[in-house]
Design a protein around this ligand. Structure first.
Ligand SMILES: Cc1ncc(COP(=O)(O)O)c(C=O)c1O
Length: 406
């Protein structure tokens, strides 16, 4: 198939739920993706913060091939060695005691919401309300959509699941003010991802933790986007000096093989037999892949590498800001955003034509979530392309919309 064939078939046969760039890839290697016409691109989207090890990493390829030749799936009617091993790895490397496996970030958050509701009723009280933050993103299922406080995602699908209350992010006083006798949990992203890469202030999560302790609430952190080394530590909560009760993971966990996880401390482990389940959740293939990803992340010290490479990339982006070509750099590690003076879309198109893949987290902000294995030379290449594109856009603002600040 040529790219044109793929685009025509996509238009004819698929529901048009995605705005897709006019590219189809044949394969990848490391930080590079190759399209069907043989052009190569630096992948600074990383499958939206998924491809932690890049493309075709030998450890992940070998784990998938070996497991595929043994067995793919057996169901959770039986014990699964790979699932037990991955559960132990996650417990050994985090503050949590128990794990439930599913297939995506939304499913992990669904599980967290169900767990919180069950936990809130364990003592005869009827507590079910979860406090979330404005501009949050927790998924698009009917449960998680109600926790995703962005009108553009919610409005077409009302009525929403009840039981969610929203407060301004990073506002120390808002959560106490929103807490009632029905409140059971606070659910937050340590860095709000989909709404623009906005980190929680250092003192914010600490004060939320203290409030949760004082009022016997669960602190749920959604690390679907920030987890598995991306922000410079294995999990972002580690940088805030807090221990949550519940954490959700997906994206980077499987390095491209779909898998999600709910992690809980013993105190929060409220789900029992029959309370929740998933046919595919934690199947041997997904767990073998995630184990290979997890072990590689630790063996190759990828969180530390992400911190160093993130600092390098952030410095280069800041230089673009200093040249008046962009407004602001945000984020941690290899989860960064560059806010532009104008629209992101033409910049994204121009970067792609020059061989760099980035996407928009806001209409005027680019996101950078390259594989954690990215090297300085690749960052230099990406920055050179971006610099050229932004400079060209600044010289013809009607096209690129980028207006120098000075
Ligand atoms: C913080 C966060 N939570 C949940 C999700 C939903 O994950 P999924 O698309 O795997 O359902 C996302 C996806 O972008 C996310 O960034």
């Amino acid at each position: 198939m040529t790219t044109d064939d793929v685009i025509a078939a996509t238009r004819q046969y698929l529901l048009p739920t995605y705005r897709r760039a006019p590219v189809a890839f044949s394969h990848g290697q490391g930080v590079w993706l190759y399209d069907l016409e043989g052009r190569r691109y630096l992948d600074f989207i990383g499958g939206i913060a998924v491809s932690a090890l890049g493309h075709a990493h030998p450890a992940l390829v070998a784990a998938i091939q070996t497991q595929a030749a043994k067995m793919l799936h057996v169901s959770n009617l039986f014990h699964i060695a790979e699932q037990a091993e991955l559960g132990q790895w996650l417990v050994d490397h985090s503050a949590f005691d128990r794990v439930f496996f599913c297939n995506s970030g939304a499913e992990a958050n669904e599980a967290a919401i169900k767990l919180a509701r069950k936990w809130g009723r364990r003592d005869g009280r009827d507590r079910f309300e979860i406090i979330v933050a404005d501009h949050s993103f927790h998924g698009r299922t009917m449960g998680t959509l109600a926790a995703t406080m962005q009108p553009k995602y919610q409005q077409p699908f009302v009525p929403l699941t009840p039981g969610f209350v929203s407060v301004p992010f990073n506002d120390l006083d808002a959560i106490p003010a929103a807490t009632t006798d029905r409140t059971v949990a606070v659910m937050l992203e340590p860095i709000q991802g989909e709404s623009g890469i906005r980190p929680a202030h250092p003192e914010y999560l600490k004060s939320v933790r203290e409030w949760c302790d004082a009022r016997d609430l669960l602190l749920i952190v959604d690390e679907v986007q920030t987890g598995m080394g991306r922000t410079g530590t294995l999990f972002a909560y580690e940088q805030y000096g807090v221990t949550p009760d519940v954490m959700t993971l997906a994206k980077g966990l499987g390095g491209g093989v779909p898998i999600g996880a709910l992690l809980v401390t013993e105190r929060a482990a409220a789900l029992g037999a029959g309370d929740h389940g998933s046919t595919f959740g934690g199947n041997p293939l997904a767990c073998a892949a995630a184990l290979a990803v997890a072990r590689t992340i630790v063996q190759e010290r990828l969180p530390e590498h992400a911190a160093a490479m993130g600092a390098h990339l952030a410095a280069g982006l800041q230089a673009l800001v200093d040249r008046g070509l962009a407004k602001e750099v945000r984020g941690r590690g290899l989860l960064l955003a560059l806010e532009l003076h104008g629209e992101a879309a033409p910049v994204i198109d121009a970067c792609r034509q020059e061989g760099l893949l980035v996407n928009a987290v806001q209409p005027n902000a680019l996101r950078f979530a390259p594989p954690l294995i990215v090297q300085p030379a690749e960052i230099e290449q990406a920055l050179a392309i971006l610099g050229r594109v932004l400079a060209a856009a600044a010289s013809k603002p009607a096209v690129g919309g980028a207006v120098p600040a000075r």
